[in-house]
Design a protein around this ligand. Sequence first.
Ligand SMILES: [Zn+2]
Length: 97
Amino acid sequence: MADWKITTYREEQVAVMFTIENRTEREAAKEAMMWLEVRTADDWTMTELPGDIEDIGERCTHCGCDCSFGSGRFVDRVSSFTASMRGYLCPECQEIE
Ligand SMILES: [Zn+2]
């Protein structure tokens, strides 16, 4: 999930700018296409906004351990979000929570 900035262009000028929040890239693109401004634009772009949430990749947001494939925690990991991080929750920490 991320926030996306949509910019539409008309006659090589920026026409409209707006943001779509908390979507995957696919969802955001789909949602953007529902906007009349986007459909009628000469061109449009979608860029990811840098969020406040740090993507820690395949690490546990709780203990910081490696949850990647081959770590032994890959199968039972679950996606995890905290106020400041995006990552996974390892099986050990799931039992604590
Ligand atoms: Zn953990």
